[in-house]
Design a protein around this ligand. Structure first.
Ligand SMILES: C[S@@+](CC[C@H](N)C(=O)[O-])C[C@H]1O[C@@H](n2cnc3c(N)ncnc32)[C@H](O)[C@@H]1O
Length: 262
């Protein structure tokens, strides 16, 4: 797995009890490790008794994943539903079976979680070991909650690997209905619309410049459609065909490529 070489990143632990786990992660990915109060890098992946968290020490900001409470839990209870734009984009229709979704750029797993709440079995692919570790921790904590059991039972499986390799290896009898892509997009300066969490992600990961290739592979391996999430006004990704249609919601566009039956 690709090692995060970001010089701004280290691993830390809140108490001695988490030292061993933190050191094991740091050793696997060749990162410095120390107690939190000694951390000097801008970003640190901090092991605590309660959760795994990414801390931006320069802005005193913390990011951890909560699939049960917080904004995601709120969206599950009160938002969403089959009428939301993202549901239409992946082809959800009243009275039709829900599609299986391969989220090839899972990030913090928010969109994946929306698909799961709509009833879809979801496979999450995330290449950053740091982000994947945060999502894995979120899944493990949520699994203790009865409300999350249904989602786990339908399928909510994370793989820390590169999407291009994963997609290329999909066999013809095992194609996901939908392959979903939401690459990091170069933002103009620090716009107010870039949420704080996304700013931390941009600091850690930079921009995804190789998504055209992932899209080509996805067009070959999706059973029904490929969906690419873009900021409104952004150019479409390069591919050997244009999107079949698109959906727009506040600030976001979903480019949909319908796969003709082969
Ligand atoms: C904008 S974020 C996705 C946010 C996500 N949709 C959410 O709802 O939280 C893009 C993520 O895709 C990951 N990514 C980009 N290219 C990838 C690839 N080829 N394989 C696996 N992950 C990739 C990046 O590491 C980053 O975490």
């Amino acid at each position: 797995m690709k090692t995060p070489t970001h010089h701004l990143l280290s691993v830390s632990f809140a108490h001695q009890a988490q030292k061993q786990a933190a050191e094991a992660f740091a050793c696997e990915f060749n990162l410095p490790c120390q107690a939190l109060h000694k951390a000097q890098s801008e970003l640190t992946l901090n092991f605590t008794e309660m959760q795994l968290e990414l801390i931006d020490l320069s802005q005193n900001m913390k990011l951890s994943i909560d699939f049960v409470g917080g904004s995601l839990g709120h969206r599950k209870k009160y938002g969403g539903g089959k009428g939301q734009t993202i549901a239409k984009a992946i082809g959800i229709k009243q009275g039709k079976p829900v599609p299986s979704v391969l989220d090839a750029t899972a990030g913090l797993g928010k969109d994946s979680y929306v698909f799961a709440c709509l009833g879809c079995p979801v496979t999450l692919i995330e290449r950053s070991p740091v982000i994947a570790a945060l999502v894995k921790d979120g899944i493990e904590r949520a699994s203790l909650n009865i409300e999350f059991t249904e989602i786990i039972d339908k399928g909510f499986v994370l793989h820390n690997c590169d999407a291009l390799e994963y997609i290329q290896a999909i066999e013809s009898n095992n194609k996901p209905d939908v392959i979903y892509l939401d690459p990091m997009y170069p933002e103009k300066k620090k716009s107010a619309s870039v949420k704080k969490n996304m700013q931390m992600l941009q600091k850690l990961l930079g921009h995804d410049l190789d998504t055209d290739k992932v899209l080509e592979a996805a067009l070959d391996k999706a059973e029904k459609r490929v969906v690419v999430k873009r900021p409104k006004g952004a150019p479409v990704l390069q591919a050997n065909k244009p999107p079949t249609l698109n959906y727009e919601s506040k600030g976001t566009r979903y480019d949909v490529y319908i796969i003709q039956s082969r």
